[in-house]
Design a protein around this ligand. Structure first.
Ligand code: NAD
Length: 268
């Protein structure tokens, strides 16, 4: 037997930065890339948790994982994270812009301007800053013959109306469009794709103001698979897009949402 169907999904020799990788979806991303052979840097606002998650994953996969405290909206922190990655692992071939957050508001027109701007900084601009800072290393990886890629955690509500999450959904829509533009700019050099993530129930939902009933309503029954997603559901798609297996895919926004549909109107 000489054919390995999983060979193109291997990430040996790759170096990945996963933002927001200390928990939930980002943690699954870090674990999956590490399990596929990549060296991984977890960059997260929660520095201690990033370190603990990195240590746990390294034990599980046997591959090098580092965690660092990093606020991806602050250029100084980003520089430190990227420099530390290059110092430890020799470069960056794979960037995963996973940080993002949003909250619910009853009245979309009453959302404070400040919240709209903060959401844009976190969900959109941070990914642009990370991309700009990693750019020389990603290009070097490409020159060395690797499949250099950026994959973003987008959201289903970045393409479907979500009046109750207006600050978040507008910022995710902007990130999606910005990344399509960058994929064109980096044509033939760096592949860029965005996963439009559906409902993956995490503790973040309660923090965003959604009770259990509201969480259930978001996930079920209006999607084709009839269940909410798990972080690993999203990580499986991530591995395809970020690894050489996805080397003919760029400039795409791919929905991984259980076949989600969510058109929500103002209650009668
Ligand atoms: N959970 C879902 O259902 C869902 C749905 C659609 C899209 N998404 C997107 O997927 C991504 C991950 O979602 P999650 O549910 O795992 O989120 P989460 O809130 O559980 O985890 C996000 C991580 O990012 C870190 N973080 C927050 N702000 C940061 C900053 N400024 N700098 C660095 N790190 C920061 C947090 O500490 C946390 O560890 C987000 O972009 C989110 O918008 C999630």
């Amino acid at each position: 037997m000489s054919f390995d169907a999983f060979g193109d999904f291997r990430m040996d020799g790759h170096v990945a930065i996963v933002t927001g990788g200390a928990q939930n979806i980002g943690e699954a991303f870090a674990r999956t890339l590490s399990g596929a052979g990549a060296k991984v840097m977890i960059a997260d606002l929660q520095g201690e948790k990033a370190e603990a998650t990195a240590a746990k994953i390294q034990e599980e996969t046997g591959n090098d994982v580092i965690g660092i405290g990093c606020n991806v909206t602050v250029q100084e922190d980003i520089d430190q994270c990227v420099n530390k990655t290059v110092e430890a692992f020799g470069g960056v071939s794979t960037l995963i812009n996973n940080v993002g957050w949003g909250r619910a508001y009853d009245d979309p027109l009453a959302v404070p301007e400040e919240d709209m701007v903060e959401s844009y900084k976190l969900n959109t601009l941070a990914a642009m800053k990370m991309t700009a800072t990693c750019r020389p290393y990603l290009l070097k990886a490409k020159e060395a013959g690797m499949s250099a890629s950026i994959t973003n955690s987008g959201s289903l509500v970045g393409t479907m109306p979500a009046f109750d999450f207006i600050a978040y959904s507008a910022a995710k829509a902007a990130m999606n469009h910005m990344m399509l533009g960058l994929a064109h700019y980096f044509a033939r050099e760096i592949r860029i794709n965005t996963i439009l993530i559906g409902t993956v129930i995490t503790p973040g939902y309660a923090e965003a103001g959604l009770d259990e009933k509201a969480q259930y309503a978001l996930a079920h029954p209006d999607n084709l698979t009839g269940r909410a997603g798990s972080p690993q559901d999203i990580a499986n798609a991530l591995l395809w897009l970020a690894s050489p297996a996805g080397s003919w895919i760029s400039g795409q926004s791919i929905q991984v949402s259980g076949g989600g549909k969510r058109v929500k109107l103002k209650p009668e």
